[in-house]
Design a protein around this ligand. Structure first.
Ligand SMILES: [Fe+2]
Ligand SMILES: [Fe+2]
Length: 307
């Protein structure tokens, strides 16, 4: 194990300086909407969930198992890339807060909205996720930066209420991200960029379809690639079957849905990831999969099972 001599004289091993970051996404906590809440775009979503059976794609048992698994792993940081809820109702936000609050309070946590957390104009306009998860969503203009030692987490908010569930990174955020990544004040450590939508699909091609993707992903990629040497990895969710790819050498990582029910016969089960950052680089990735009773390291290594 290598040694590092910091100012002050104490010798630290790299293991001591390593930062472990748990990445979870797309838990999709569900609670049936009230009749009043159905008078919106939610009517279509509720039919999908409660009439056509999509509700059964997610499981409270697995969601509780994920919280227990991450707490047991005792990460230094937690990063959550959105879709905590399904229909962005008050009941869902309260249930998600009750489930995840104790985990998020256990260490520094960074959280951003997914398109299901901004599902209706009302939820988006009221910033419902920020209202219920204020300590972890942060405040001020996006992108927001949270530091932990040598790790900087840079969060983008690219979700909105949109009839086709597509996202958009506002021009102000692109400009601020460009300035941020070019600013020496960001420091020389690892920089993880977080957003909800994928940039690329599992084959490394631009992510589609356009109805449920980030409309201006190419513009965001152009900013990231201008600072390719500064971006350690991009973390995202939204696509419930996890995958990892690269953007001209930058790792782009998606654990897959953390709240998926145990539907292995249909190729679906829940996952979360643990990343280890050492000396400003991504030194390790572990992926945990629900095995029917608990989360365990994915057989064969991260994303080896393909889903
Ligand atoms: Fe999702
Ligand atoms: Fe999503």
């Amino acid at each position: 194990m290598g040694l590092v001599l910091p100012p002050g004289g104490r010798v630290w091993s790299l293991a001591e300086l390593a930062v472990r970051i748990a990445h979870l996404t797309d838990l999709h906590v569900q609670r049936a909407p009230t009749w009043a809440e159905l008078l919106s775009k939610r009517a279509v979503g509720a039919v999908n969930l409660y009439v056509l059976g999509r509700r059964g794609h997610f499981s409270e048992e697995v969601q509780r198992g994920l919280v227990a698994s991450v707490r047991e792993a005792s990460p230094d940081l937690v990063a959550c890339t959105g879709d905590l809820t399904a229909l962005a109702t008050e009941g869902e936000f309260l249930a998600a807060r009750a489930l995840l609050g104790p985990l998020f309070e256990a260490q520094p946590t960074v959280l951003l909205p997914g398109n299901h957390d901004t599902y209706t104009w009302r939820a988006w306009r009221r910033r419902s996720l920020e209202a219920h998860f204020a300590p972890w969503v942060g405040e001020g203009p996006w992108p927001r930066v949270r530091r932990h030692g040598e790790v900087a987490l840079v969060s983008l908010d690219v979700c909105r209420a949109h009839p086709l569930s597509s996202g958009l990174c506002p021009l102000e955020q692109l400009e601020r991200l460009d300035a941020l990544l070019g600013d020496p004040a960001l420091g020389g450590g690892a920089v993880l960029v977080l957003l909800h939508y994928p940039l690329r699909d599992r084959r490394g091609e631009p992510y589609g379809p356009g109805t449920r993707s980030l409309q201006n992903a190419a513009a965001l990629e152009a900013v990231l690639l201008r600072h390719r040497g500064r971006v350690t990895a991009v973390l995202h969710g939204h696509e419930h079957h996890g995958f990892r790819t690269t953007l001209q050498g930058i790792p782009v990582l998606n654990p897959g849905a953390g709240g998926y029910a145990d539907l292995r016969a249909r190729g679906r089960r829940a996952h979360w990831c643990m990343y280890t950052v050492e000396a400003g680089r991504l030194a390790g990735v572990e992926r945990f999969a629900w095995d029917g009773a608990r989360f365990a390291p994915e057989p064969g290594g991260p994303w080896a099972t393909g889903g």
